[in-house]
Ligand binder design. Structure first.
Ligand SMILES: [Zn+2]
Length: 284
């Protein structure tokens, strides 16, 4: 017995998209595989005509024991409040197919370049700006959890967390604020949200000023749950789900101009959060 899933993608060039498989503790652990949209549609048409569809599967994937991996970090220490941290990043792992260029190579490189910009401009913000490449986002998010555990009580010194994991298409802004509920962090105050909207206006020049309510991202979710105000970079998202988790997620899909706009958005937001006199989460 195996489960076949229609690839989770709006557009397909007969290229199956991979992804995680989760089992309930009690249920049987049957193998699962994704088929391309075209093949799924073909099977649906055949079975609609009463044809008995048979599929031969050759599958090599196996579950191996956990092994050591590492989050990669770098930072510019704050000039006045080095213990207070604005963290930004994405995930360093990717699926085995494709190159993981959009998911999430572009995210981690844009975060690093945002901090490189500060370095080149000789800017040392009031607080520490830290870049993290979290590991294992695609296969359990252990890197994000380990980062939060490593912080311990110091998580309270995290002023904000910013994640980029929707690819490097043209940015439109950030979601911010969280939504209370299972798996979500506490909502930020109205005045913190209004301040975020003001910060967003710095990005009007590149049409990336939209601040909308939402949650952040998988890697920073353990921080969000601990009450750290969390931002997720949002893009036009026209093609991300065409490419991601497939053989098509290659470097040629990253438009250099759009990529630079993402760097600008991350740099402006992280710098402002690290430099402004008050912590955004303290605004009542
Ligand atoms: Zn990702």
């Amino acid at each position: 017995v195996a489960a076949l899933v229609r690839s989770i993608t709006p557009v397909s060039l007969r290229d199956p998209h991979t992804g995680g498989t989760n089992y309930r503790d009690a249920g049987p652990k049957i193998p699962a595989a994704a088929v391309s949209l075209e093949d799924a549609m073909s099977m649906a048409r055949l079975s609609a005509t009463g044809e008995h569809v048979r599929v031969k599967l050759n599958m090599e994937a196996q579950m191996l024991p956990d092994a050591n991996s590492a989050d990669v970090m770098g930072e510019i220490r704050g000039r006045e409040k080095p213990d207070e941290v604005v963290v930004l990043g994405g995930h360093i792992d990717s699926w085995d197919i494709g190159q993981g260029a959009q998911d999430d190579g572009a995210g981690i490189m844009a975060a690093m370049e945002a901090v490189v910009l500060m370095k080149q401009l000789n800017i040392r913000p009031r607080r520490t700006v830290r870049v993290v490449f979290w590991t294992n986002e695609e296969n359990g998010a252990a890197g994000g959890k380990a980062y939060r555990d490593w912080l311990g009580a110091d998580v309270n010194k995290h002023v904000a967390a910013i994640e980029m994991d929707e690819g490097a298409e043209r940015p439109i802004g950030f979601d911010f604020g969280g939504t209370e509920g299972p798996g979500r962090g506490p909502s930020v105050s109205e005045s913190a949200f209004r301040r975020a909207v003001e910060i967003g206006k710095l990005l009007e020049g590149i049409n990336a000023a939209a601040i909308t309510r939402g949650g952040g991202g998988t890697d920073i979710n353990p921080l969000t749950l601990a009450g750290v105000p969390s931002f997720g970079l949002r893009t036009v998202g026209l093609h991300y789900f065409d490419w991601h988790h497939s053989n098509a997620d290659t470097f040629d899909k990253v438009d250099p101009h759009d990529f630079r706009l993402n760097i600008a958005a991350l740099a402006a937001l992280s710098y402002t959060l690290a430099e402004m006199p008050e912590r955004i989460g303290d605004l009542k």
